[in-house]
Design a protein around this ligand. Structure first.
Ligand code: ADP
Ligand code: MG
Ligand code: ZN
Length: 276
């Protein structure tokens, strides 16, 4: 730097010696000459102000980096919350935008899912959920996970949870084992208290009496305490009633709006070229 001294601007005596600010001509390799402030203390040069253009550029660069770090942090939190929701990996990218609406049934289902998300405050206050009914591969899990993703993004304090009904039964059954750290009552309480519980594959098996009792307790608690639940089943409504029993169905019907998924499976069949 080829500094040329110009008159001193000011100086003051401190206990560390004389503090002076000198304005000098300085040269920036990028932006040419500029007036720099030199800070002298006790006859020693302590600091030289940088080129104002470089200062502006560095500040802008820092702002860009901070914004990038903030975005990365937000995305990291989002992924952590999605993982915590327990939705299957395959469905973590399935949102409303990828749900095809070629049939009347698909259009209705998507519209109802969006209505649920938009009406979340009402659903939460009244404990209202959905009952998604339809054959395999018709998009029930896709749409339920899309609802969860949408709500996770919209409400930072919402922690929805996805469970297959069989996972709930095994969680309760595990408490019967020796050395279990919790008991049936606590586990039922846990499932009863989840803010938004998504239960998939209800009725895949007929279910033992004890399983029916567990599901009844959880859903009865949730209905009573106004906690929204989304239930999915491959059964038709008649079989659903038959498998769950009138008392449980009556409770579900009072809180879960039915959505019918018609049509064939949308799952793409595997072809030999998957190995190529
Ligand atoms: N309307 C749709 N648009 C796009 N993909 C769909 C649609 N319905 C189903 N799928 C896809 O088909 C596969 C099976 O759907 P899924 O939601 O698991 O069905 P279900 O839970 O009803 O058995 C998934 O990969 C899902 O993303
Ligand atoms: Mg499914
Ligand atoms: Zn510069």
């Amino acid at each position: 730097m080829n500094n040329t001294e110009t008159p001193k601007l000011n100086s003051v005596n401190t206990i560390f010696g004389k503090l002076e600010i000198r304005q000098v001509k300085a040269s920036c390799p990028l932006h040419g000459e500029y007036l720099a402030n030199e800070v002298w203390l006790g006859g020693q040069l302590k600091e030289v102000s940088e080129c104002p253009e470089c200062f502006k550029l560095n500040k802008a660069q820092r702002a860009i980096e901070e914004e990038k770090a903030r975005k990365e942090e937000t995305e990291k939190n989002r992924l952590a919350r999605i993982k915590e929701s327990r939705m299957p990996l395959e469905y973590q990218v399935k949102d409303f935008s990828t749900f095809i609406t070629e049939t009347e049934s698909q259009r209705n289902a998507l519209a109802m899912a969006k209505r649920f998300v938009n009406g979340w405050e009402k659903a939460k206050a009244g404990g209202y959920g959905l009952l998604l009914l339809g054959g395999c591969g018709t998009g029930k899990t896709h749409l339920a996970c899309a609802i969860m993703l949408e709500l996770l993004d919209k409400y930072a304090c919402l922690y929805p949870r996805y469970y297959k009904v069989t996972e709930i039964f095994s969680a309760v059954r595990n408490t019967y084992q020796q050395g279990a750290t919790t008991n049936e009552e606590e586990t039922i309480k846990f499932f009863s208290s989840i803010q938004l519980l998504v239960i998939d594959e209800v009725g895949v098996q007929k279910g033992s009496e004890s399983e029916k009792r567990i599901l009844f307790s959880i859903l009865d608690n949730r209905v009573t305490s106004k906690k929204p639940t989304i239930l999915m089943t491959n059964l038709g409504s008649k079989d659903f009633v038959w498998v769950l029993g009138d008392r449980l169905y009556d409770r579900i019907r009072s809180k879960c709006v039915p959505v019918l998924f018609k049509g064939n499976s949308m799952r793409t069949p595997a072809t030999p070229d998957v190995f190529d």
